[in-house]
Design a binder for this molecule. Structure first.
Ligand code: SAM
Length: 260
């Protein structure tokens, strides 16, 4: 870029400058010939350009119009970069996957990382896997096990639909400007539809939201708008426990019992 670029804080613009971190993300992604890779938030291309050099073709979704021209110019000699200038929350990943399922990658804007995760989950059947950089605390919540202080709605919703693996931490100094928080890279692999076993996904989302809405309450109280203690017991779950003690499989069993 000819002039120094003014980072837009409201778009979560913290650009990676540590080549070692870029290399680790690409190694974790391990692109294979024919993979349809889609990057969310390419920014100035810290990940995009090395990935393009290695893989030859890539789609990148960027909201900031000011970045699109310079990115296209930088990519021109490296391979075929399809830039979608759009808010990722409006992107129809099913349409992008018309020719085959996608592999998603991105150093996400942290201010909207949960909405992005939920949007992508809605398109999970079209996604092979995802490698995302996020705020470290968010990755800890995503990967948390029952009984942990940070186990909550995000953990259950993501783990119900995906295998979640926290990969490695990244310090603020790897970015320019540095964020105030530590970061981490996570891998999400959507489970095959048949393995999920949730019969009513809308009910599941509501059940999990209500259960963790007041996490100090017992399930009996937290779910009183949705079902009775008898319903909970009939699903083999103790109504006197709290949501944070319940495994993902218990939530699925409870949801399916309620749905029937
Ligand atoms: N990938 C680059 C890197 O690692 O240096 C940039 C990462 S920066 C943390 C997040 C990027 O997401 C920025 O380029 C920002 O403009 C873009 N972005 C923010 N909100 C977005 C949205 N709603 N849709 C698509 N891109 C968005």
């Amino acid at each position: 870029m000819s002039e120094p670029y003014r980072h837009k804080k409201q778009l979560g613009q913290h650009f990676l400058h540590e080549r070692g971190v870029v290399d680790r993300i690409i190694a974790a992604l391990d692109p294979r010939p024919g993979d349809r890779i889609v990057e969310i938030g390419p920014g100035a291309g810290a990940l995009t350009l090395p990935l393009l050099r290695r893989h030859g073709e890539l789609t990148a979704i960027e909201f900031d119009r000011d970045l699109v021209g310079p990115l296209a110019a930088a990519a021109a000699s490296l391979g075929t970069l399809h830039i979608v200038q759009a808010d990722v929350l409006t992107v129809d990943f099913a349409a992008l996957a018309a020719d085959g399922p996608l592999r998603l990658v991105g150093n996400l804007p942290y201010n909207i990382s949960s909405p992005i995760l939920f949007h992508v989950l809605d398109h999970a059947p079209h996604v092979i896997d995802m490698h995302f950089m996020l705020q470290k605390e968010v990755v800890e919540r995503m990967a948390a096990a029952p009984g942990s202080k940070v186990y909550g709605r995000l953990s259950v919703m993501l783990q119900a639909y995906c295998a979640v693996t926290a990969l490695f931490r990244v310090p603020p100094g790897a970015f320019s400007p540095p964020p105030k928080v530590d970061s981490a890279v996570v891998r999400l692999v959507p489970r095959p539809d048949g393995d999920i076993g949730i019969v009513d996904r809308t009910l599941f989302a509501r059940l999990v939201r209500d259960a963790f809405g007041q996490r100090r309450k017992t399930l009996r109280n937290a779910l009183s708008n949705l079902c009775s203690s008898e319903h909970i017991e009939a699903a083999g779950v103790d109504p006197g426990t709290r949501a944070e003690q319940l495994a993902v499989a218990d939530f699925v069993r409870l949801c399916n019992a309620l749905a029937s």
